[in-house]
Design a protein around this ligand. Structure first.
Ligand code: KG4
Ligand code: ZN
Length: 339
């Protein structure tokens, strides 16, 4: 039997304060405190996020240790999100992790948040399948939209990305135009279930074959809603499901077009998705259909590992621990950290 190797993961890059404990690939606890404060502002307010992280981090870590039924002295290492993300938010998790690791005399492991969204697939859990190398990862979140060629755990190459907004922003900003609270992505998904995806055709933005662009879509939605509301003030309320379904259909179709281009360019047919938007039911269905239509092998993470969480930080911590990749004690947070 493998020896216990408890690693604590800490995530604080945006508006979720999260902590998780992993033991040999199995998640023992996965605690997330989502900051409600941003809802009324229609987006994340960085200063408020930092303050909420400061308030939440100690209780969240305590809870993660308690749920895992271990003491902090049992930990072998602490993994934390170094970046990319909001600087003030990252600083809270970074300083906390550094002090705790120092206090306990155990190694510190720095984690790239976007790599973690991809490596979340290596968490051992019911309902999750593990991709084999090489595979293509579509990382879709509120801050990023990328296609990454993954050759090994830490050999990743971004082969396509957004030239403006991220796909999560396209969901959230469109939702805001429809009068929905932040983050609107999950609500668009919910209303889309009862709507006709072909009701309102939105044009898919034209950029390079592996690039993405979403700012035009947001503007198109704004003009469309303004035009229709001028004719009928109740247009949104009366047609919410059809608008959401059409919008989601356009976005998902666009993401699938890009994946098809990436498969063509690389010859790789094994696909994994990650990031908050991979919780979307439209993209989940499109990927599962692609297994039969195109013969791809696709991997979709469990819901709790899609949106920001610390379990994904903990798995990267474990993979790096096994390879002896530790952070130096003077490591600093990096808002624009690259792979
Ligand atoms: O990865 P994540 O939790 O945080 C970032 O790193 O950005 O992603 C958050 C994004 C938000 O834009 C949110 O609206 C979107 O993921 N999202 C969804 C769904 N669930 C979360 N978008 C569409 N459909 C969903 N079901
Ligand atoms: Zn994320």
């Amino acid at each position: 039997m493998k020896q216990n190797c408890y690693i604590l993961g800490i995530e604080s890059s945006c508006d979720d304060t999260a902590a998780a404990v992993i033991n040999n690939g199995h998640i023992l606890s996965n605690v997330v405190a989502t900051q409600k404060i941003h809802e009324e502002y229609g987006g994340v307010v960085p200063e408020l996020a930092s303050r909420a992280h400061q308030k939440n981090i100690v209780p969240v870590v305590h809870q993660a240790l308690r749920k895992a039924n271990i003491d902090k002295k049992d930990l072998k290492a602490i993994a934390f999100t170094r970046g990319p993300g909001l600087m003030g938010a990252l600083l809270v998790g970074t300083s906390f992790s550094k002090s705790l690791a120092l206090g306990l005399g155990i190694p510190l492991i720095d984690v790239n948040h976007m790599q973690a969204h991809i490596l979340a697939h290596f968490i051992k859990a019911d309902g999750q399948t593990t991709p084999s190398f090489p595979f293509l990862a579509l990382t879709i979140s509120g801050g990023h939209t990328q296609i990454v060629k993954v050759t090994n755990y830490f050999e990743m190459e971004v082969i396509g990305q957004t030239i403006d907004d991220a796909v999560g922003e396209a969901f959230d900003k469109s939702a805001k135009i429809l009068g929905l609270p932040y983050p609107g992505g999950p609500l668009i998904d919910k209303y889309a279930k009862d709507g006709n995806p072909k009701a309102y055709p939105f044009t898919k933005p034209k950029v390079g074959p592996l690039d993405f662009s979403f700012s035009g879509l947001k503007t198109a939605v704004l003009y469309f809603i303004e035009r229709e509301t001028a004719k009928n003030p109740n247009f949104v309320a009366e047609n919410r499901a059809d608008i959401c379904a059409s919008l989601q259909f356009t976005i998902v179709d666009y993401l699938m077009d890009k994946l098809k281009n990436a498969v063509k360019a690389t010859g790789i047919t094994e696909i994994a998705i990650g990031g908050g938007v991979s919780a979307n039911s439209g993209i989940r269905k499109a990927l599962s259909d692609a297994e039969t239509s195109y013969g791809w092998k696709t991997h979709v993470p469990n819901f709790e590992y899609c949106t920001d969480n610390a379990a994904m930080i903990a798995i990267v911590g474990q993979l790096k621990y096994e390879e002896g990749q530790f952070a130096k004690s003077d490591v600093v947070a990096s808002a624009r950290l690259k792979f």
